[in-house]
Ligand binder design. Structure first.
Ligand code: PSU
Ligand code: MN
Length: 305
């Protein structure tokens, strides 16, 4: 059986792809495990609206009733948002298990870009990617997102990585695995809530057309993806020192409580929202919308090349 036979494209997405119109893939672990209800649902709807506002078609990806869904209905989006933590967090390796039992899952960046690539979608947007965790030299906790980035042809727009991760090690790992990184109007890899991390990037693009050309060339030269780093809008950025203290607190709690494997990232994301009294959630929503919007502009530009 061909993995493509497991795909369920919504009619809107199928038509857009057939017409070579711009399409942007969106993940669903951010809905099921990355944000609390109801902000997760609000965000999911806002991202689709941001993509449409630029003239592209959103394709939110998830597993529902054992099908790899590419493009969800409003009811499916709502069901996932309400199931929230009650549903599986699926990385690429979990897809077969969830499909086999006709289950449902939110798909991580790794699983989503795998499915998006199968469907032929060139651009994907998220908030932050998974990466090499702090203390990985002992735990070996390195997100499968990084490995999938080295295999995919789908370009990924993100706002960098949260400092729940070791940003320098994450960038080293991406370099080793042949993943290109381009800063969009920035010289440093952004740190999610903050616009810069202090770590310089090798490549920068300031125009959409240049960026679209780089996406196309990366697909042709391959193998391996392109990570586009898009900093959080200036007026939404949080104070780096204040947020860093809250993140360090959450990381210490995770360690003390023995949180491990796929629970680590959802635990940290949830604790940071609590520890900042929800301010981190507002910033998170703003930056992911900003990424969806850039991804859609880029998809439009690509369709014109
Ligand atoms: N980082 C965030 N928000 C998120 C995630 C990461 O700032 O919602 C989610 C994404 O779906 C990402 C996943 O693919 O967590 C990574 O999980 P892990 O670290 O277990 O690979
Ligand atoms: Mn992990």
């Amino acid at each position: 059986m061909d993995a493509k036979s497991l795909l369920d494209l919504s009619s809107e997405v199928a038509e857009a792809l057939a017409a070579r119109s711009p399409v942007v893939a969106l993940e669903s672990t951010i809905i099921t495990h990355g944000m609390p209800f109801p902000q997760n649902l609000e965000t999911a709807r806002m991202l689709e609206a941001a993509v449409r506002a630029q003239g592209a078609t959103p394709a939110t990806i998830a597993v529902i009733d054992g099908r790899l869904k590419v493009g969800l209905t409003g009811a499916e989006l709502e069901r996932l948002a309400k199931l929230s933590g009650g549903v599986v967090k699926a990385s690429r390796r979990d897809l077969a298990a969830v499909v086999a039992r006709h289950g449902a899952a939110g798909t991580t960046v790794a699983a989503t870009i795998y499915v998006a690539d199968l469907a032929g979608i060139e651009i994907f947007a998220t908030g932050g990617i998974g990466g090499v965790h702090r203390g990985a030299e002992e735990t070996f906790d390195i997100s499968a997102d990084l490995i999938e980035l080295s295999r995919t042809r789908t370009a990924v727009v993100c706002a960098g990585a949260k400092s729940i991760l070791d940003i320098e090690k994450t960038l080293e790992y991406l370099e080793s695995n042949g993943v290109a990184i381009c800063g969009y109007r920035c010289d440093e890899f952004p740190a999610f809530y903050a616009r810069s991390s202090g770590v310089r990037l090798d490549h920068r693009c300031d125009g959409l057309r240049d960026l679209a050309r780089m996406v196309r060339l990366q697909r042709e030269i391959g193998p391996g993806g392109l990570l586009i780093a898009n900093p959080i809008p200036e007026d939404k950025a949080l104070d780096p020192d204040a947020i860093e203290a809250r993140i360090a607190e959450a990381v210490a709690e995770a360690k003390a409580q023995g949180i491990a494997k796929k629970e680590v990232t959802p635990f940290l994301l949830g604790r940071i929202v609590e520890l900042t009294g929800g301010r981190s959630l507002e910033a998170n929503m703003a930056l992911v919308e900003n990424n969806a919007s850039l991804a859609a502009q880029l998809a439009v530009e690509l369709s014109r090349l």
